[in-house]
Design a protein around this ligand. Structure first.
Ligand code: 3HC
Length: 279
């Protein structure tokens, strides 16, 4: 494997692209607009600059990493990829279209991975003629820092593809954990209801946002409180995952109306400057 294409240059996609380039892979970073790709690359450069400033990376290494990127706004560029990792929006209709196109463009050997946080891998794989070469590779935000990759097999994913992705995850500096294809997989099935519960507590006026977070930081040793974590993930993403859990697993996963209201208002968290907190 030499070339990895990442679809989506947002916070997850850019993070995945960064760790792939740092591990020595050539990376094609793709988004629908060149501006989005440029913004993603600027974020990566900022992270690398911090590593140089802190003495963890030489300026030469930084230049070499940045030299491994190629910008893309066309799925046709996937013709050069050995692996494509899709990190686009969490909508089955959009992912379906992307995977159909990738399947027609990519060489036979190319593995198609999705960083979906909750959608069924088997369903994504089913739109392609290579369901044995489709797999879930679920990274965590911020990708350069978080050590986990949930590796999810679809119904048809081959052992060869699973083993390749498990090995690659280690090369990227991550610890892979095998997880079955089920709503929310493991991490989000636990994390998202916790965040949703914090929103219910806020909705019921039981405590102020900063106090809810303080409770979980000091009382449960979490690095950040659930509301700040929701703002980091993006409240639109939290709501989308919560909806998948609700549909797939029943009423106890029902999203709090206040979460929906924030999303409707465009208060999506850090990425829009305001969520439960202001940034
Ligand atoms: N990109 C790259 N590096 C980052 C970063 C980012 N966005 N944010 C923080 N970092 C780095 C910092 O540079 C710093 O590195 P250094 O100490 O080596 O210089 C290190 O992380 C620690 O950062 P800070 O000192 O600024 O702050 P904290 O110690 O509070 O750590 C945190 C920040 C790592 C975000 C920590 O608060 C944390 O672990 N929070 C929980 C994150 C979490 O649970 N993520 C999972 C979300 S769920 C998900 O992603 C799944 C999806 O499907 C929804």
């Amino acid at each position: 494997m030499k070339t990895i294409m990442v679809i989506g240059a947002g916070q997850m996609g850019a993070g995945i692209a960064q760790v792939a380039a740092q591990a020595g892979y050539d990376v094609i970073l793709n988004d629908i607009k060149e501006d989005f790709v440029t913004r993603g690359l600027q974020g990566i450069e900022k992270n690398l600059n911090r590593s140089v400033e802190k003495g963890r990376m030489s300026a030469e290494d930084k230049a070499a990493i940045l030299g491994r990127f190629r910008k893309s706004t066309s799925y046709q560029d996937a013709a050069d990829a050995d692996l494509v990792i899709e990190a686009a929006v969490e909508k089955m209709s959009i992912k379906g279209e992307i995977f159909k196109t990738l399947d027609s463009v990519c060489p036979e050997h190319t593995i198609l991975a999705t960083n979906t946080s909750s959608l069924p891998i088997t369903q994504v794989a089913a739109v392609t003629k290579r369901p044995d070469r489709v797999i879930g590779m679920h990274f965590f935000n911020p990708v350069p820092v978080m050590k986990l990759v949930e590796v999810i097999r679809g119904l048809e994913t081959s052992d060869e593809v699973y083993n390749t992705i498990e090995k690659l995850s280690r090369e990227l500096g991550k610890t892979p954990v095998e997880v079955k294809d089920a709503p929310g997989f493991v991490a989000n099935r636990i994390l998202i209801p916790m965040i949703n519960e914090a929103v219910w507590i806020l909705n019921e006026g039981i405590a102020k946002p900063e106090d809810i977070d303080e409770v979980m930081k000091l009382g449960a040793n979490q690095p950040m409180g659930p509301l700040a974590l929701g703002d980091l993930i993006g409240l639109d993403t939290v709501l989308a995952i919560c909806n998948v859990l609700h549909e797939g697993l029943g009423d106890k996963y029902r999203p709090c109306p206040l979460l929906r209201k924030y999303v409707d208002a465009g208060r999506l968290g850090r990425k829009t400057g305001r969520g439960f907190f202001t940034y």
